[in-house]
Design a protein around this ligand. Sequence first.
Ligand code: GLU
Length: 550
Amino acid sequence: MDQNKLAELIFPNLTGTVAELEVRFPKRNLPEGAYVTRFAPSPTGYMHIGGLYAAMISSRFASQTGGAFYLRIEDTDKKRELEGGVDEIIQSLAGYAIAFDEGPFPGGEKGYGPYKQSERKEIYQICVKELMRAGFAYPCFCTAKELEQVRKEQEEKKDDIGYYGAYASCRNLTYEQIKEKVDAGVPYVVRLKSPGKEEKHIVYTDPIRGKIEMPENRMDIVLLKSDGIPTYHFAHVVDDHFMRTNLVVRGDEWMASYPVHKQMFDLCGFEEPDFLHISPIMKMDGTAKRKLSKRKDPEAGASYYLEQGFPVESVREYLLTIANSDYEEWHMKNPDKKEEEFSLSFHKMPVSGALFDLIKLKNVSKEIIAGFSIAECERKILTWAKEYEPDLYQFADLHKEQFQETISLWKMSGKKVRKDVAKWSDLIQMFDYLYQPQEKFEQSVTYEIDEKYTKDQLREAVCAYKKNLFLDTDQWFEQMKALGEPMGYCPNMKEYKKNPEAYRGSISDLCTIVRVAVTGHKNSPDLYTIMKVLGEETVQRRLDHFLEQL
Ligand code: GLU
């Protein structure tokens, strides 16, 4: 068949050529060894932690080699697209300090765009037209029903499933038959005419796994769907070539498609990039390892960590320990170096499922938070609260000093550096009684009252304290002792321990009762400071509420 004639029939008004595209998207002028990497999500509005992991690895390889990292939106499946999905991806990655050099955003269009696949239709078609001229592409008119028939036959014969060889009936259509169908408006896809042979093998060198032998591709996969939009396979080849990607970092579920991709790179005459197929993020479920699932695991979403208030530093640090087995050791040897100074390497990456352990992340995060200064904590908590904890943000805004005091209260209580907070929401849980508006506090409080105290005892103690708040003195404890003694609370703990029967309780009991009434909790940092933060009016309301609930 005259292939030129066929190409003109299928793409009648398409005049561009691959040679022109080569000029329009020239090789990048970068230093030797520099990697051009990309993050290529579909804009479905959901970012999996595995996507964040891949994006971080891609961005690191680009930055550590002086290359470029760009965002390409794979929006060929309009059904799965969500409005605002692109912004969400950019924001979500920015939340983890990952930025793009290029992409579909203001200032990001740097000559290798458009960066959205839906705007690159002509580029793909030019490439398909040229493949068709060379005899490596053809229109296929098979209906879903016919394809199902082929599949059944293959199942019966225990043959490989797919459109290939003798099963690929549209390969044999004549020009006249094709023209008749096209003129009649019969829908068609464009398929690759694979020259591959089953018995031939190709060798793929994976930087993590080494040499892998795979059978050559012989499937006539779809290049363009019936609406003229490419499949992932073809778009990947065209885009990564003309965007001049030289390192493709992607999930290892794509490794099986490598032979198809290699064949297309070869047939198009494009140089292949390097491929880094990264293993998925897994979790332990009982004794079994499984992939983190969007449906089952809230921690599968990249946004989960930001919502919970894990500092970005913690998540990045933990992802690096997963990405490179020697990162932790490097970090221990170089405690003062910044994470960016570590060079990621291919051969230290996990070969099979990378285990993501929330408990480990929390431990990493506790260390990191312990290292933040009070001022850093304040800044980070405020940034988090602004987005995710409006009550706290409002409290901090109205009562700046009290907010600062709260943070110091937590940071400074205890002799050692505190390592009890892995994420800002933990801290907030510890201090909910401090910043919650009174109404909210009243709705949510459960008083941790020890059964050894009788109702009368609690009422008596709280009423007595209510009359004498002593909030303007630093002699608070002394005054508490004086208040308690006539009610039978021994001011001296040693004394009390020697002869507990002689007393109603100790000064510590009295303080506990007041603490529970004010905060709901039987343990808290220094009560006097807490009450100063709350202020007299709130303390009075808390005591009243406690008495009402008795
Ligand atoms: N859009 C593809 C995906 O989300 C991208 C794979 C790739 O990075 O090439 O799986």
